[in-house]
Design a protein around this ligand. Sequence first.
Ligand SMILES: Cc1cc2nc3c(=O)[nH]c(=O)nc-3n(C[C@H](O)[C@H](O)[C@H](O)COP(=O)(O)OP(=O)(O)OC[C@H]3O[C@@H](n4cnc5c(N)ncnc54)[C@H](O)[C@@H]3O)c2cc1C
Ligand code: SF4
Length: 328
Amino acid sequence: MKAFAYVNPANEKEAVAALKIDGIALPMAGGQDLLARMKDYIDEPDRLVNVKGLDATVTGTPDGGLKIGSAVKIIDLYESVQVAKLYPAINAAAIEIGTPQIRNQATVGGNINQRPRCWYFRNEEFVCYKKGGSRCFAVNGENQYHAIFGNDGPSHIVHPSSLAVPFVAYGARFRVVGANGEREIAAADFFTMPTLQNVLKENVLGDEDILTHVILPAPGNVKSGHYEVRYKQSHDWPLAFTTVVLTMNGSRIGSARVVLGAVAPIPWRSKPAEEALAGKPLNDQTAAAAGEAAVSEAKPMSGNAYKVQIAKTAVERAIMNAAGLKTV
Ligand SMILES: Cc1cc2nc3c(=O)[nH]c(=O)nc-3n(C[C@H](O)[C@H](O)[C@H](O)COP(=O)(O)OP(=O)(O)OC[C@H]3O[C@@H](n4cnc5c(N)ncnc54)[C@H](O)[C@@H]3O)c2cc1C
Ligand code: SF4
């Protein structure tokens, strides 16, 4: 690992100022992703700016929602009674992340901003688009864990954050501070589809920006569900997963937000599934039809067509979970 400076700012303002250097400065939270990248020579920053000292609380907002500090650890997010009560899909996603050790160290901000898990990206020998190169090795290489939606390239990653998906589904906003002050960005607009111009990043944050809070609106009259499919029970990312948030109109679904994870470069909102749900009774037939609709536009790569069935099942079971129906 290359030698680096370490800065421990007292507040947001100092943290932003510490990111402005002639060289590479990166925020470090729990270090569960960043330190691994540094050990593997994927990133070689000149300075790390500790952001674990930023807000680590979960507080209520005047409208009945929640404001979650970016330094909240994943275990504390999971153990928050308010989160579990108001946003059960976030609670369900949090407990599945990594291992107890990771959940006790990693933070909400770091989870949202973690970099892709593509094995070519994580290997210093492969200089792909995401590392300033001019090709994607996954296209003709090993792509069984890559995208099945949004596959126009140039990169075919799946976004690695489990929390990003329920945050988008619940309509969260992210508060960001940077050199030009603070701003709020809808979670749905935060993550970026890759283009040749922006492929080095996965979101809209600038080099001197820090995500400080996740702000969740009051959930309203919704039922929500979450379902993840993995090869094994723990220690790994899901193959596909889904959060659904259903706004109910009596016993029927008024409108729906269906967001899939681990299937596209961003948390993938499925309009076909949402249309299949609107106006329908909440039952297992509706769930099955929405699962079919969700994958109707899938474009798998050479080695990951198997993920289409898994994504379909994740959507169907997330809806059944929202309905309180048994999934197995
Ligand atoms: C075996 C294993 C299994 C895993 N399974 C899952 C899983 O199922 N789901 C999942 O979501 N994750 C999974 N992870 C990844 C893990 O959850 C993330 O690495 C962790 O959440 C990152 O959080 P952190 O606080 O340690 O971030 P760090 O490593 O400190 O930072 C991650 C990145 O975010 C940037 N960053 C950190 N904080 C901020 C901020 N406030 N504003 C702007 N940028 C910031 C850093 O510069 C860095 O680039 C797994 C990891 C392992 C090792
Ligand atoms: S999928 Fe993205 S990260 Fe992986 S090799 Fe292709 S360009 Fe690189």
